[in-house]
Design a protein around this ligand. Structure first.
Ligand SMILES: Cc1ncc(COP(=O)(O)O)c(C=O)c1O
Length: 377
């Protein structure tokens, strides 16, 4: 139940990584046959990944070792064309991966503003964003689903507001992608990033960028890797071939799930997750000393089953460590969403207790956790 930290991988992922290492493990770009077929195999994965996230072309898929590093690369490359006095807006709900890299641009004279959650509802107000946007705003960086609150933010509506102001939108989809389909065209964000190790895959990350924007970016690769080399100019060094190939296993897995259940896989996942979330939230709502940090309802359109809370009498660390001996993995802390924890006075509690569920969790598991909570509260 620490899936927002990282998920388990299906057998298909392990097999695909093994297949690459045993059959294609050579350097790319050479004239011999295995090198050419290894390159071909990796192109196929990128094609499939582009289709999976509904990108319009495979060059829009940038592979990197982590979301934190890909966003750092993006911030460096984008800001090369910005001037002192240009502005960026970040939120106080994001993981630091989509905050620090923008904050650090203050060294170059970029002005950074913070779009804050409404402290009563813990939701964003679009009018607050409108009040922060100016003709100097270059980019808004926000999270699709908070890795603490689980709340799904209205990215499409935000994109419209941001684009009307002439700015770009960069969305951290890390806590959203394990739960709902990623459709970058429907979302309307200019950049969208997620970590595949939380989407049942290996430790990699995918950054989507609109092709016209990526093409215009200055790269971060060697001087002879030209601007037109999208996405290679944003992938310095050899990327991890075997893990990239392993991503096929995630796509194989979703296809197998779909075939087995004969239905749209993410609708099934959303329905199951909603019932898991409702079971836990229904219990948490009955305990007067518990404050749910995030939405109290389980509606699949409004939240993912990443559920956080604090207790009046216990520190969050006491609760998580009490659960450990029952061989159920939950977690406490700030989960690097530092500003959310600090701005809402949750540091003194050692952050929140977070139970982060995904589709392979069962109702019985959630009930077992509730049983442990009942014994404590
Ligand atoms: C919402 C969110 N964004 C970004 C990250 C960072 O991802 P990575 O470890 O791939 O840099 C995390 C990791 O926990 C996260 O939960």
């Amino acid at each position: 139940m620490d899936n927002a930290g990282g998920s388990q991988v299906p057998r298909q992922v392990v097999e695909r990584i093994g297949e690459y290492l045993t059959a294609y493990n050579v350097q790319l770009g050479a004239s011999y046959e295995v090198s050419a077929s290894a390159g071909q195999k990796l192109q196929e994965v990128t094609h499939r990944m582009a289709r999976f996230i509904h990108a319009s072309r495979m060059e829009e898929v940038v592979v990197g070792p982590s979301t934190t590093l890909l966003l750092r690369i993006l911030s460096i490359c984008l800001s090369r064309q910005w001037r002192a006095g240009d502005e960026v807006i970040v939120t106080n709900s994001d993981h630091e991966a989509n905050v620090s890299c923008w904050m650090d641009l203050r060294e170059k004279g970029i002005v950074v503003k913070i779009w804050k959650l409404n402290p009563d509802t813990l939701e964003f107000d679009l009018d607050d964003l409108r009040g922060l946007l100016t003709e100097r705003t270059r980019l808004v960086a926000m999270v699709h689903a908070s890795n603490i609150l689980g709340t799904i933010n209205p990215v499409r509506e935000v994109a419209e507001v941001v684009h009307a102001a002439g700015a770009l939108l960069c969305v951290d989809g890390v806590a959203y992608a394990p739960h709902r389909p990623v459709d970058v065209q429907a979302f309307g964000a200019d950049f969208y990033v997620f970590s595949t190790y939380k989407v049942y895959g290996p430790h990699l990350s995918i950054l989507y960028g609109r092709y016209e924007l990526l093409r215009e970016l200055d790269g971060i690769n060697h001087y002879f890797i030209g601007k037109e080399q999208v996405p290679y100019k944003l992938q310095p060094g050899n990327f991890n071939f075997e893990l990239t190939y392993g991503l096929q296993g995630v796509l194989d897995y979703f296809e197998a799930l779909q075939a087995h259940h004969a239905g749209p896989v993410f609708e099934l996942i959303a329905a199951h997750e909603e019932s898991l979330a409702e079971t836990l939230l229904a219990y948490l709502r009955t305990v007067p000393e518990i404050r749910i940090i995030g939405r109290k309802d389980s509606h699949r359109d409004r939240r993912v089953p990443t559920i956080s809370f604090v207790h009046d009498r216990y520190r969050s660390s006491d609760i998580a460590t009490h659960v450990d001996p029952h061989r159920i993995g939950i977690r406490f802390g700030d989960f690097y969403a530092k500003k959310l924890i600090q701005d809402h006075g949750l540091e003194a509690k050692d952050g929140v207790v977070r139970v982060s569920l995904v589709h392979y969790n069962t109702l019985q598991e959630v009930e077992a956790l509730i049983g442990v909570f009942r014994g404590m509260f």
